[in-house]
Ligand binder design. Structure first.
Ligand SMILES: *[C@@H]1O[C@H](CO)[C@@H](O)[C@H](O)[C@H]1NC(C)=O
Ligand SMILES: *[C@@H]1O[C@H](CO)[C@@H](O)[C@H](O)[C@H]1NC(C)=O
Ligand SMILES: *[C@@H]1O[C@H](CO)[C@@H](O)[C@H](O)[C@H]1NC(C)=O
Ligand SMILES: *[C@@H]1O[C@H](CO)[C@@H](O)[C@H](O)[C@H]1NC(C)=O
Length: 182
């Protein structure tokens, strides 16, 4: 069940009273999804698989200065150095394992992930739904996965190594579908 967060009401009332000239957001009510669903490269029986995971816990209301009242979700505890990658268009990353358990956050471009032992695949478009979990390290997957960047657009990606795998529920095998994303 999606959680409904009614936001900004207090702020809007106060702001409207204080300054009629202030430009305000069009809507006074915003609906947030209950959680973020993430396409995950994991492994079973020494083979990489794709799954759609719902992060758990899901969104809560932030009290952080600057984003107070907005929806916030924990991405887990990270470690090591984060990396920025610039990948040209039409690049073939070949077959490989995740170097470590990590977030890979695609900001632009298109990545196509395929598997040696399954017909499942994932198309990851850079942007707000560009984050995946890559967990098929050599310890758990003999052959890893393939990644290609088949469009002409270059890909900007961030790799952020994880201290531990974030809490989650497995929604289903295969990549998350469009209706499950932001
Ligand atoms: C992280 O980056 C620093 C500075 O470049 C480097 O000295 C260090 O070895 C890196 N750590 C790891 C684990 O790669
Ligand atoms: C997995 O795929 C590899 C490479 O295509 C193949 O050699 C191997 O037999 C497959 N393993 C299974 C269990 O299907
Ligand atoms: C996974 O497969 C590799 C290559 O076949 C093998 O060396 C390794 O022992 C296997 N690991 C497990 C946990 O079965
Ligand atoms: C993620 O999946 C859950 C459970 O199916 C759903 O309630 C939620 O709305 C989804 N999140 C997004 C962003 O679609």
């Amino acid at each position: 069940m999606p959680l409904l967060h009614t936001l900004l009401t207090t702020f809007l009332a106060a702001a409207a009273a204080a300054a009629s000239t202030t430009a305000l957001a069009a809507s006074t009510t915003t609906t947030f999804p209950s959680t973020l669903n993430i396409t995950t490269l994991t492994a079973h029986n020494n083979q990489s698989v794709l799954e759609c995971w719902a992060l758990d816990p899901g969104y809560s209301t932030s009290t952080q200065a600057g984003v107070s009242g907005t929806a916030m979700l924990n991405l887990g505890s990270v470690t090591n150095n984060a990396t920025n990658l610039l990948i040209p268009g039409e690049y073939d990353g070949g077959r490989h394992n995740a170097p470590t358990n990590q977030w890979v956050i695609f900001l632009s471009g298109v990545a196509h992930i395929t598997l040696p032992n399954s017909t499942d695949d994932a198309w990851i478009v850079g942007g707000k739904n560009g984050a995946i979990l890559a967990l098929d390290t050599a310890e758990v997957s003999a052959l890893g996965h393939y990644t290609t960047y088949p469009t002409e657009e270059s890909t900007v990606a961030l790799e952020i190594a994880l201290k531990e795998i974030p809490g989650h529920r497995v929604l289903h095998s295969g990549a998350c579908g469009e209706g499950e994303l932001l």
